[in-house]
Ligand binder design. Structure first.
Ligand code: URA
Length: 198
């Protein structure tokens, strides 16, 4: 069984659309589209940038080096990966791991927004600049670099999701270990906000 076949029917419907998507040039170069994984009733959603090589090969998000750091950090602050929905803004790997273009992001955006709508997580954590940039544009949050907004808690209105918390991308933490304490603190905060009453 493929891991993402365990998705509940609503999320599976979105995943099927993603797997057969040919709306942009990234479809031509992919081995697998990477819809994301996690439970329909996840209270936390993590959104990265785009799949890398290991993710393209397997069809699963965050399973390479960045994924290991992310999963280990989540575990260390008491977040179980299997309880979280993990996905990316862009669902297919950009060649040579370049940043996705604005056009690719715009084309893929309806998928992550439908996932968010379908799950209605309490907390959405954006990982890195590409993810924060997308959600800050969508929800009229400050247009800032992730280093300036990480760890802040933005209250989202008129969506099913209550809080958006930006943090660094795990690849940035691997590259610059000085970011690690903040990364840990941000994920710890995200876990705490799951329990904040409305
Ligand atoms: N980087 C991302 O942004 N997403 C992944 O799934 C893997 C690496």
């Amino acid at each position: 069984m493929r891991f993402d076949e365990r998705l509940d029917p609503l999320l599976e419907e979105i995943a099927q659309k993603i797997r057969s998507c040919n709306k942009c040039q990234l479809a031509k170069g992919r081995t697998n589209a990477v819809p994301g994984e996690g439970p329909q009733h996840a209270t936390m959603m993590l959104v990265g940038e785009a799949p890398g090589s290991a993710e393209d090969t397997s069809g699963r998000p965050f399973i390479g080096q960045s994924g290991k750091l992310l999963t280990d950090t989540m575990t260390s602050v008491g977040i179980q990966r299997e309880n979280v929905f993990i996905t990316n803004i862009v669902k297919c790997r950009p060649p040579e791991n370049r940043d996705p273009t604005d056009k690719e992001i715009g084309t893929c955006a309806p998928y992550v927004l439908s996932q968010m709508d379908s799950i209605s997580p309490v907390v959405l954590v954006t990982l890195g600049n590409v993810s924060y940039d997308f959600f800050s544009t969508t929800f009229y949050l400050p247009k800032k670099q992730v280093g300036e907004v990480r760890g802040k808690v933005f209250r989202l209105h008129s969506t099913g999701c209550k809080f958006l918390i930006p943090t660094y991308h795990p690849a940035a933490v691997i590259y610059n270990r000085k970011l690690q304490p903040d990364f840990i603190e941000d994920l710890r905060k995200a876990e705490r906000y799951l329990k904040v009453p409305s």
